[in-house]
Design a protein around this ligand. Structure first.
Ligand SMILES: [Zn+2]
Length: 196
């Protein structure tokens, strides 16, 4: 049954199902994208289209993908995997904590260099801690504690990153874990050697 169109007032708003074709604004990396099995409403009188929240979310995720950027959910997944708070992550990236928080909810978009840094954090969870330690040698103890803590963090969680083929695979996660385990063994061995 048709509903009243909120734009023109005609009672001809009908539900549509199928592939939704979205035209990207001029200057985008792609001209258009098709979204299969989509649900939306269309007005035959004025041409207005009202997208379901699910379809809007898919279009937003695709927009990040064609720009080569992590989506807000992916940015958050990377941070959660490193075990850092939003404020800590912002400090390590060298941006304001409000700016960073906006990326996680899609209120603003990280630039490409920040996106690269976040991807590096995903591949090498201890990287920022190591850089901090180089700048502030006094903090080595804290850094060691952070690295020791890493294997118990959420590294085993499946990441919500299915859209990005190049993002950390299970294999990459296993490599990171092996590297951390090796670091921990080295530490234990040096402690044992020190105690003896
Ligand atoms: Zn209308």
């Amino acid at each position: 049954m048709a509903r009243v169109c909120p734009i023109c007032g005609a009672k001809v708003l009908e539900e549509r199902r199928g592939e939704y074709i979205f035209e990207w604004p001029e200057g985008s990396a792609a001209q258009q994208s098709g979204f299969a099995d989509a649900v939306w409403e269309a007005c035959d009188a004025c041409g207005e289209e009202i997208l379901s929240p699910e379809l809007s979310d898919r279009i937003e995720a695709e927009q990040y993908r064609i720009q080569g950027l992590l989506s807000p959910a992916e940015v958050r997944a990377v941070r959660e995997r490193t075990g850092l708070s939003q404020v800590e992550m912002a400090r390590l990236l060298g941006v304001g904590d409000k700016s960073y928080a906006r990326w996680e909810v899609g209120l603003s978009v990280q630039n490409k260099s920040m996106d690269n840094l976040i991807r590096l954090a995903a591949e090498h969870p201890g990287l920022f801690a190591e850089l901090e330690a180089q700048r502030e040698p006094d903090r080595e103890e804290q850094v060691a504690a952070y690295i020791e803590h890493l294997p118990t963090l959420k590294a085993q969680d499946e990441l919500a990153m299915a859209a990005h083929g190049e993002l950390p695979s299970a294999d990459a996660v296993r490599k990171i874990r092996r590297r951390l385990q090796a670091l921990l063994r080295e530490r234990e061995e040096s402690e044992d050697a020190g105690a003896a």
